[in-house]
Design a binder for this molecule. Structure first.
Ligand code: PGA
Length: 253
């Protein structure tokens, strides 16, 4: 049985007091989480040490939204894996489509970051997804295939089972227009088959693949009912405690 993962990507939202309110309220809501479900909060960098404090004893884990490909040194504005580890992070989102589209991250760079995270004890949540133009041009599988192979280059089967993949169609992010459960399942199945070819079937079966893109409490159940959808990467709906808790409840059902 693969672990169900519900991760909340706060993106660049919430000031200090709003962040404390949301984390405190979520800690109160997640007093018990079954062993097969993992809840992860990924607040902005400045709130991480504080989040680690609030998180003590609560049933959620801490993640970051990005990480530098470098270890230490003269890289103004960057955040290293050591900073994340020592702030209490266990997870890190890598290759989010906003990083790809706005900040020019490539599959090669995301691959370097993914390997850096894995060798340094962080669990990467690695994102892939096609744009609307690519979907309309019938290039979804080609693009997703290229992204999956690119970000996983040089990663062994014993490493790949430790990471989490997230399929996030770019046209569904923040648009309120989510993929239907069947559209999402089709691509999740495609990714799992590809993993089977790149590694072996046992390895492919062990990797958790999350869906992301306008996941809400009222559509999470139908998405999570698909056999290859192992969880959700949630943006907008994770900024409100009740709506994020609704998605986590759908994962526990
Ligand atoms: P959304 O964002 O839930 O607001 O669509 C998802 C994401 O970007 O991870």
């Amino acid at each position: 049985m693969r672990t169900r993962v519900i991760a909340g990507n706060w993106k660049m939202n919430k000031d200090l007091s709003e962040a404390v309110d949301l984390m405190t309220s979520l800690s109160g809501k997640f007093t018990t989480v079954p062993p097969g479900v993992r809840v992860i909060l990924c607040p902005p960098f400045p709130w991480l040490p504080l989040a680690a404090n609030i998180q003590k004893g609560a049933h959620w884990k801490l993640g970051a939204q990005n990480m530098s490909q470098f270890d230490d040194g003269a890289y103004t504005g960057e955040i290293s894996w050591r900073m994340l580890r020592s702030s209490g992070c266990e997870y890190v989102i890598l290759g989010h489509s906003e990083r790809r589209q706005i900040f020019g991250e490539t599959n090669d760079l995301i691959n370097v970051k993914t390997r850096k995270a894995l060798t340094n004890g962080l669990i990467p949540i690695v994102c892939v997804g096609e744009t609307l133009a690519e979907r309309e041009a019938n290039a979804t599988r080609e693009i997703i295939g290229m992204q999956v192979k690119g970000v996983l280059a040089g990663i062994t089967s014993s490493e790949v089972v430790k990471l989490v993949l997230a399929y996030e169609p770019v046209w569904a992010i923040g648009t309120g227009r989510n993929a239907t459960p069947l559209q999402a399942e089709e691509i999740h199945q495609f990714i799992r088959k590809l993993l089977g070819q790149m590694y072996d079937w046992k390895t492919a079966e062990a990797v958790s693949i999350l869906y992301g893109g306008s996941v809400k409490a009222d559509n999470a159940g139908a998405l999570l009912a698909q056999s290859n959808i192992d969880g959700a990467l949630v943006g907008g709906a994770c900024l409100d405690a009740a709506s994020f808790a609704g998605i986590v409840n759908a994962a526990m059902a």
